[in-house]
Design a protein around this ligand. Structure first.
Ligand SMILES: [Zn+2]
Length: 144
């Protein structure tokens, strides 16, 4: 099977694999791992299927792509000018769902932390510090 791949296809696959290894979500996971935190992934039984679940800290973490989750005030979180109506409906729908998930999870007693893609890309260290600060404070709530 692999022999049938052209050189271009193979390098495309490789670049896909590489980029997949550096998604913001994986970055955050390895941050937490380095800091010694334990977590589980994508618990299907939880509202909104948070990316990272930390039962011991009663905390869930969403790692959001700025475009798909309409990061307010972010360059990547803008509604495209082409097919604007379509995107507006779709992206605002996502953002609205995010808010509902957040509210439901908080009602269930979870602390919810949202990490944005652009923050991870720009300053991973800062994100790590924020996470450790929040996770170390028993009552800490996320003001971000
Ligand atoms: Zn952003």
């Amino acid at each position: 099977m692999a022999d049938k791949l052209t050189a271009e296809q193979r390098s495309w696959n490789m670049s896909r694999i590489r980029s997949k290894n550096t998604t913001p979500e994986k970055e955050v996971r390895s941050m937490l791992h380095r800091m010694g935190y334990r977590f589980s992934l994508h618990r299907k039984d939880l509202t909104g299927r948070p990316d990272i679940v930390m039962p011991k800290h009663r905390t869930v973490i969403f790692v959001h792509g700025c475009f798909w989750h309409l990061h307010a005030g972010c360059d990547k979180g803008r509604i495209p000018a082409t097919r604007r109506e379509f995107w507006e409906r779709k992206l605002k729908g996502n953002a609205k769902r995010d808010k509902q998930h957040l509210r439901t999870l908080r009602q269930l007693g979870w602390r919810v932390i949202t990490v944005w893609e652009c923050d991870v890309e720009r300053n991973g260290e800062k994100v790590a510090r924020r996470l450790s600060r929040l996770l170390n404070s028993a009552t800490g709530h996320d003001s971000h």
